[in-house]
Design a protein around this ligand. Structure first.
Ligand code: WTA
Length: 627
């Protein structure tokens, strides 16, 4: 157990977790409405909360806009001259934006979007690497009430195409080429390929990350514009659209148990309140804080704790364009020494990878600006936790905020606070207003120290509003997996966990067919369908296996069609198929050619059995196994 030092407790907003938690559970609506009142609303809400199975809605009939609180409110104060965003490029080039300057860029781009006919409710796909325009476009969409859908720049043409189609986006914002380590990636070619048959895309906006123009921009029905040429003519003033608290703010696609990614929808009001509160209390944000999150806005952490959370709290967000060990394995520590962030938020995979380079590398840098460290995305093993605490946190308290949450929850759910005593490897207890439990499939608590399904028993403001155009799937995924006759709020997380004698939560991992590779969420079925797309493959089954650095690695079992023979070349070809259809993050680590796969009598592949066999674990109930 790691106890916080008295001065940390003295300094923290929350000095006694248990006391505030008790109050919040007894009065959740008061708790959340008091927090919401710290933010600005065009019109106050009539009702704080409403549960209509399976939808939880907050701040009913309230009117606001997340931008009203991220930007507009600060422009009336001295904060307008404070740095909102500091961007550091791969070669350490720096771009700095004060709140005022960021607002001007957002307004210009919002006006540009309007000039192309984008209005409230329209979907805008953002396919950009980690450059300031990625964040500016998200915020510009929010300002005019358009719905942003950020697609991770590492995703393939096919992945981009399905996301554009599902959202029926009208416009794509992309870049020409961008540096990625020592390579140059051409995003524009991929974008053009993805929209060739699109029936909805009318315009493409290109950010010139590398100073070159592409002369090959002709597609019927689609117009191409360069960001700088388009925005230079625009006004630096643009009004902020008044939004209902439950109007959508963004769609973010994430992998689930089926082949098709799900569009998680978040709104302006509840999402704003949840992200504001968790950023403030978990990272204990004060006026002079600088938050360095290593996430990418292609994923939820880049939305909640790199973009919206810091701006809602009026602090500075620091963004580094590239990866931790390029051009050298001390790059992050070099950035911390130079730019002096106070909070550093990263993933266990990155920590494990950097551990490999040894303690000497971080020891060369001055990391004394850091006050709080955070971890997210996958379970952090105690040895990585201790290494991070010792070598990066320099054993200062508070140690590591191991924050458990999901794209769907929008905000931290199980999380420590700086004043809490911590156990390495545990993500502490639920945030205020939230009750969580570990249960069996009937919804019965399994008791202390036993593994079961992690569920959330009370709602929180930033719960997803829905799955885009798929309410049925929403209901099935989150509210029907556990028996629930009374139709009370019981949210199924898809994770397995344990609760120890002190009430601390320990996450074991996913209990569905989601694989977490380096913290990236991938669906087994998604990868299998990419494999089956190869003419030589008859059947494929994919599982995740524990991996020392990446958390999980991908193993595929393949049955070939008659007449085709296993070979090393074929393995390479299959891997290439997956990289083309999903992206390099889904690269397969191991392929095994087999004659048969374990199936249920109804023909469903039992990945669970494959996994147990692969890991030498008990196979569990196999009464439904066909053979
Ligand atoms: C996993 C990422 C253990 C978990 C914010 C969850 C974690 C999934 C942690 C959601 C953590 C996230 N400890 N596991 N601190 N944080 N996870 O949607 O399995 O990309 O269900 O959101 O990541 O992944 P997603």
């Amino acid at each position: 157990m790691f106890f916080p030092k008295p001065d940390i407790i003295e300094d923290a907003y929350i000095k006694n977790y248990e006391e505030v938690y008790k109050y919040s559970i007894n009065n959740p609506e008061d708790f959340w409405s008091n927090i919401a009142k710290e933010l600005l609303w065009f019109k106050p809400w009539k009702k704080t909360f409403q549960w209509q199975y399976p939808y939880a809605r907050w701040f009913i009939d309230g009117e606001t806009n997340i931008i009203y609180n991220c930007l507009d409110r600060w422009l009336k104060t001295d904060k307008k001259n404070k740095l909102a965003l500091v961007w550091i490029g791969q070669n350490l080039e720096v771009k700095k934006y004060t709140y005022q300057k960021l607002n001007e860029e957002i307004c210009r781009f919002a006006n540009a979007l309007k000039s192309l006919g984008i209005k409230k409710g329209d979907r805008v796909t953002i396919y950009l690497p980690k450059i300031p325009e990625q964040i500016i476009s998200m915020l510009a969409c929010a300002k005019i009430g358009a719905i942003h859908s950020v697609v991770y720049s590492g995703f393939s043409v096919e992945a981009l195409k399905t996301r554009i189609e599902d959202a029926q986006a009208k416009i794509v914002i992309t870049t020409n080429s961008y540096p990625y380590k020592d390579k140059i990636i051409n995003s524009l070619e991929k974008t053009i390929e993805a929209i060739k048959q699109s029936s909805t895309i009318r315009n493409v906006i290109i950010v010139k990350r590398v100073n070159e123009k592409n002369n090959n921009l002709n597609l019927t029905n689609v117009k191409f514009y360069y960001w700088d040429e388009l925005t230079i003519k625009q006004d630096i003033i643009c009004s902020t659209e008044i939004m209902n608290a439950n109007d959508p703010l963004f769609i973010l696609y994430t992998s689930g148990t089926t082949g098709k990614p799900k569009g998680v929808v978040h709104g302006h009001g509840g999402y704003m309140v949840g992200v504001y509160a968790t950023s403030k209390f978990v990272f204990d944000l004060k006026e002079n804080d600088i938050l360095f999150s290593t996430a990418d806005p292609g994923w939820i952490t880049g939305h909640s704790y790199m973009t919206y959370g810091p701006l809602l709290n009026g602090i500075t967000t620091l963004i580094y364009e590239s990866v931790p060990d390029y051009p050298h394995p001390g790059r992050w520590w070099e950035i911390i020494e130079k730019f002096k962030p106070t909070i550093f938020y990263t993933t266990p995979t990155a920590i494990r990878a950097l551990m490999k380079y040894g303690e000497e590398i971080p020891s060369k840098y001055d990391l004394s600006s850091l006050k709080i460290l955070g971890s997210v995305g996958e379970p952090i093993n105690p040895s990585a936790w201790i290494w991070f605490y010792k070598n990066i946190g320099r054993e200062k308290n508070p140690p590591i905020m191991d924050t458990w949450w999901q794209t769907e929850t929008g905000m931290h759910i199980l999380t420590p606070l700086p004043s809490a005593p911590l156990k390495p490897g545990s993500c502490f207890k639920p945030f205020f207003g939230i009750m969580a439990d570990v249960v069996d499939e009937k919804g019965k608590s399994v008791g202390k120290n036993k593994e079961g399904y992690l569920i959330l028993k009370t709602p929180w403001p930033s719960i997803l509003l829905d799955l885009w155009q798929n309410p049925q799937k929403y209901k099935e995924t989150y509210f029907e997996k556990i028996k629930n006759k009374t139709k009370k709020f019981i949210y199924f997380t898809g994770d397995s966990a344990k609760i120890d004698d002190d009430g601390y939560f320990w996450i074991i991992g996913r209990n569905d067919d989601v694989i977490k590779v380096s913290g990236h969420r991938l669906g087994s079925a998604e990868i299998e369908s990419a494999l089956i797309a190869n003419q030589k493959v008859a059947e494929a089954a994919v599982i995740g296996k524990p991996h020392e650095i990446k958390g999980e690695s991908i193993k595929a079992f393949i049955i070939l069609k008659h007449g085709f023979k296993p070979s090393e070349e074929l393995k390479k070809e299959l891997n290439l198929n997956v990289r083309m259809l999903i992206g390099p993050i889904a690269s397969i680590d191991e392929i095994e050619f087999v004659e048969k796969l374990p199936k249920t009598r109804s023909g469903k592949i039992m990945r669970r059995v494959l996994k147990a066999q692969e890991l030498g674990l008990p196979v569990g109930d196999i009464s439904t196994l066909e053979d």
